[in-house]
Design a protein around this ligand. Structure first.
Ligand code: UN1
Length: 515
């Protein structure tokens, strides 16, 4: 193992040079298939992880159920206090954990650390929430009656997370799920097991100190088989899945067929729309970050760019200049702005998209190839690409599918209505941005005839949402909401309780059933 990898792992108390147990249900075990964690920058094998065997998975589910039965009786503010301690423990390890994210996932240092910060932030939020998960008192139409709407803990929540946010997305789910009084079982992406082991160790340390069963925050690493078994299990009350539309469709159907609860965060295909009155000194750098940040591997990355004819060439010139100045390299080096794609599948997605652009005679303004010279030859480095496809055909896959790589497609429009139509013409509906200084444009954009995405920004890029508002998308993005806003309401089971304090038994709607 390279020294830098060894240093990062040991700073997080992860042993090097052994096969790591990748299952936690109160104890660390792992007798299933061995999975390798590979560094996307160097190709180095960082660790070998022993995943969950089928028996271990079933055992973990039993332990989760037991943990839930205990945890649901712990008062919510007390659960909040445990979250406060988790927040502190994560914050103490923020830089080390951030470095591990960069090492294993490939995103740059500040984004790796930022992701841990996002987990810290949602813990803060959930601490407050633990004293504010209020139900309702509803007026009854019957004398001497009252109606309560009570949020109760839901059960076992399984979180299936993606490689691109190997820490934060679990954090969003864990924090709300714990505040709500559930047990959470994490099935991370098969290619980022180390991040999940490191996070689980930190969380488990806090649970242990407080005498809480470890399976309140359990972990099962593994591949497709483990994921399928979790999704199919009737012991899982809610599945929160982040990933592709293709897999999400299967997950959604499976959970629905057993009438479980489902929360889906699927593909994004996010557009920025730039009006002629936009402040380009704000818009250009934001589009730059939106399209190149995380090497284009956020669900919220900017993939489509619609420019008003009056500013289109100026905008593209400025943007290309920024693309030209991008510092590519090792994501752990603090000056780097563009790291590698996470895996070779990502490289193939990039190559296919570029080939499709070329075949369909798109104008490729910049990029279009891999970086293959040393030191990039060992990693998954690709050139950020801007292309102008021949037409804006929403049925063409270059516009209608999520390309999880730094490929930005641009087109020119004349009227805002036209741009809104293009924005809404794709199956996905996660995030979108309008750049304007005119209030009337803004009103159109955020109103009933405006953008149909779950995140609708003005003079703010498509990616990089704060945790305070609900995060999620509409249409084929899956309609799920995580993080802030009302998202917590999905992690509880609601009880509508009509209570009779009177000496009579009147029926609702005045129904007379007297003998
Ligand atoms: C994701 O890409 O799965 O808004 C989540 C953002 C981040 C989260 C992205 N806060 O870009």
């Amino acid at each position: 193992l390279s020294t830098r990898a060894a240093d990062i792992l040991s700073s997080l108390d992860i042993p090097t040079s052994v096969e790591l147990p990748g299952v936690y249900d109160g104890n660390w075990v792992g007798n299933g298939d061995i999975m390798e964690s590979v560094c996307p920058t160097t190709g180095e094998v960082l660790a070998r992880v022993k995943t969950a065997s089928p028996e271990e998975l079933q055992h973990a589910l039993i332990k989760s159920r037991e943990a839930y039965r205990f945890f649901r009786t712990v008062p919510a503010p007390r659960r909040g206090e445990i979250l406060r301690q988790i927040r502190q423990a994560l914050s103490d390890k923020r830089d080390a954990l951030g470095a591990l994210v960069s090492l294993e996932m490939g995103k740059i240092r500040t984004e790796g650390v930022g992701e841990v910060q996002e987990f810290v932030d949602i813990c803060d939020y959930a601490v407050g929430l633990s004293r504010m998960m209020n139900g309702n008192v509803v007026s009854s139409e019957r004398p001497g009656h009252t109606i309560l709407e009570v949020p109760n803990p839901l059960g076992v929540v399984a979180v299936l997370s993606a490689f691109n946010f190997p820490v934060a997305v679990y954090g969003w789910n864990l924090a709300l799920s714990m505040a709500a009084g559930n047990a959470t079982l994490w099935k991370p992406s098969p290619s980022t097991p180390l991040c999940s082991i490191a996070v689980t160790k930190i969380v488990a340390g806090v649970l242990e100190k407080n005498g809480i069963p470890g399976a309140v925050a359990g972990l099962v690493t593994g591949g497709k088989d483990v994921g399928e078994a979790v999704v199919e299990s009737r012991d899982v009350d809610m599945v929160s899945f982040t990933g592709s539309e293709a897999i999400g469709r299967i997950v959604g159907k499976t959970v629905q067929s057993r009438f479980g609860k489902i929360l889906l965060e699927l593909g994004g295909n996010n557009a920025s729309v730039v009006m002629p009155d936009a402040d380009l000194s704000v818009a250009v750098p934001s589009v730059f970050f939106g399209s190149i940040g995380t090497a284009g591997q956020r669900c919220t990355s900017t993939r489509r760019l619609y420019l008003h004819r009056k500013i289109a060439s100026e905008f593209l010139e400025l943007l290309q200049k920024m693309y030209g100045s991008i510092r590519v390299g090792d994501p752990l080096v603090s000056s780097t702005l563009l790291g590698p794609l996470h895996n070779t599948t990502g490289v193939n997605i990039f190559t296919d998209a570029v080939k499709h652009l070329r075949d369909s005679e798109a104008n490729i303004l910049t990029g279009g190839s891999r970086y293959s010279e040393t030191p990039f030859d060992k990693g998954n480095f690709v050139q950020p690409t801007i292309a102008i496809p021949k037409s804006v055909d929403p049925t063409d896959k270059i516009w209608s599918t999520e390309t999880f790589a730094p490929v930005l497609c641009a087109a020119v429009f004349d009227e805002l209505e036209e741009a809104i139509e293009w924005n809404n013409a794709v199956p996905q509906g996660l995030s979108s941005s309008l750049w304007t200084r005119d209030l009337r444009n803004m009103g159109k954009w955020i109103g009933p005839s405006g953008s149909d995405t779950g995140i609708v920004n003005v003079n703010v890029g498509t990616s990089g949402a704060e945790i305070g508002a609900a995060f999620g998308g509409n249409k084929s993005t899956g309609w799920g909401r995580e993080s802030g806003g009302d998202a917590w309401k999905q992690y509880v089971r609601w009880s509508a309780c009509t209570i009779n304090f009177s000496d009579e038994a009147p029926l609702a709607q005045g129904v007379d059933f007297s003998v």
